[in-house]
Design a protein around this ligand. Structure first.
Ligand SMILES: Cc1cc2nc3c(=O)[nH]c(=O)nc-3n(C[C@H](O)[C@H](O)[C@H](O)COP(=O)(O)OP(=O)(O)OC[C@H]3O[C@@H](n4cnc5c(N)ncnc54)[C@H](O)[C@@H]3O)c2cc1C
Length: 438
């Protein structure tokens, strides 16, 4: 029984590898000419950039982390995280609550005051339990940290009002600061937050794509690139999967492609399911890649909450992740801009985007125009799942329908969950384990 895996990103390739290791016949059907999805990378003039935004390898899941590191064995650079938030012309240590000492005095006071006032109110039970993401931010950090950083940054990356976002996903993903850490950081004692990420790995050569290439290596002959699935039909006990020109037959299918791409491939989808799928919110991403002569500040990546500085929400420094990511004597910057599909940012030309980002870098004092020796722009239609208030209801309808059709969903936009690479690989491990026992 051949298994057809729709989509050749990290989820599809890891699934193919594990099923192949179990002796199953697999075929991976990938729309793009190059497999890897969000984990692709490209090298221009000696500069390597991750095509789907800057990626690093880290995880709390020790089994998954060991798997990822084994895949890039011999091609790994270990790095200590040095991450900042650019706030009022300063570099503030990340997470923000661990960098209070770096703030101007008035903001530092507002943050500690807000945190303490809120803590007392929570202890006394005089504040209601949060019902949306914005309320959760105020409830967890107090008004100072909320207004200086958490709300502006989150609204910049999600492109969505925080009071219209659900809070079911925040625990475990956004670090909750211990009181001691807030007080220590405010008086200048070094504290580390988000410690499972404080040391991270990155491939020395090939960017993050080296990870998916290593995973895909044993199943390379079974990957069909340039095969955009447009129809999926069941015929008795076989599946017929077509790209409009050619049909592939399989005993079963597993989908790792976005649900927004899968549903239009199916026949007889009820209107309620189509509506629920259309209501799911997600962001696209534009990456502006910059090659620079000389060195850059020794920062891993930097969050930019300030709207006045333009649309970029984060910049990273790939040449600090791997010493081979830029030619000798040069460095690199990857600026990420999230946006809603089809909005005014999507309509900007590459030249306009490059002008905005290079202007911002100059204003931030990071790099002057005369040092820039390379620029490029890459766009990703699916980058971030946005958890709006109706998310849980809508995704349940979509998942139930796919399950009723016998189509398992595995991966970030197939499950439509905010999964990092480790979460995707965990989903694959769990799917294969369950598949084996059932
Ligand atoms: C900006 C950004 C930064 C990130 N940083 C990190 C990080 O530092 N660390 C980390 O662990 N994770 C990170 N992630 C998350 C990581 O990229 C994802 O978890 C992972 O790549 C998702 O893999 P996937 O296979 O589920 O989805 P995708 O990579 O989206 O793969 C889906 C594949 O399906 C294909 N496809 C779509 N439609 C069709 C069709 N009709 N027919 C055939 N094929 C189709 C697509 O071309 C694609 O190749 C980041 C993500 C983003 C956006």
């Amino acid at each position: 029984m051949k298994t057809a895996i729709l989509g050749g990103g990290l989820a599809g390739l890891t699934l193919a590898r594990l099923l192949h290791e179990r002796g199953e016949e697999v075929v991976v059907l990938e729309a793009e000419p190059q497999y890897g999805g969000l984990c692709r990378s490209h090298t221009d003039k000696g500069f390597t950039f991750d095509t789907g935004g800057s990626h690093i390898i880290f995880s709390r899941d020790t089994e998954v982390l060991a798997f990822m590191r084994r895949m890039i064995e011999g091609n790994e650079q270990r790095n200590n995280r040095n991450t900042k938030i650019f706030y009022r012309q300063r570099f503030v240590k990340y997470p923000f609550e661990n960098g209070l000492c770096d703030l101007p005095e008035d903001d530092r006071f507002a943050c500690i005051h807000g945190f303490v006032r809120n803590l007392i109110a929570v202890e006394k039970g005089t504040v209601a339990a949060p019902e949306n993401f914005r309320e959760w931010i105020y409830h967890t950090f107090g008004a100072g940290i909320a207004e200086c950083y958490m709300v502006p940054y989150n609204e910049k990356i999600w492109k969505y009002p925080t009071d219209k976002m659900s809070l079911h996903w925040v625990d475990g993903r956004i670090p909750r600061p211990p009181v001691e850490d807030i007080l220590r950081s405010a008086i200048g004692i070094e504290t580390e937050g988000y410690t499972h990420q404080s040391v991270f790995s990155y491939p020395l050569d090939g960017g993050i794509e080296a990870l998916v290439r290593a995973i895909a290596q044993p199943v390379e002959p079974f990957i069909r690139t340039g095969f955009r699935v447009t129809s999926v039909r069941r015929d008795g006990n076989r599946w017929l999967i077509s790209n409009g020109k050619e049909t592939v037959e399989a005993g079963r299918i597993i989908s790792t492609i976005p649900v927004q791409h899968l549903l239009p491939c199916l026949e007889g989808v009820p209107a309620q399911v189509t509506m629920a799928c259309r209501a799911l919110v997600y962001n696209a991403l534009i990456c502006v890649n910059i090659g620079v002569r000389g060195t850059l500040p020794p920062v891993s990546w930097m969050y930019i909450p300030d709207k006045e500085l333009g649309k970029t929400n984060r910049i990273s420094f790939p040449s600090h992740f791997s010493k081979h990511a830029a030619p000798e004597g040069s460095s690199s910057i990857l600026a990420e801009i999230t946006h809603q599909p089809g909005d005014s940012t999507a309509a900007m030309t590459d030249a306009e985007l490059i002008a905005e980002v290079t202007g911002m870098l100059e204003e931030m004092g990071i790099c002057t125009m005369d040092r820039i020796i390379h620029t490029s722009v890459r766009r990703q239609p699916f980058a971030y799942v946005v958890y709006d208030l109706a998310y849980q209801q809508n995704i349940a309808i979509v998942k139930e329908f796919c399950s009723s059709r016998g189509i398992p969903l595995v991966g970030r936009f197939a499950q439509f969950e905010y999964l990092n690479m480790d979460g995707v690989i965990r989903s694959v491990f769990d799917f294969v384990a369950q598949d084996y026992t059932s």
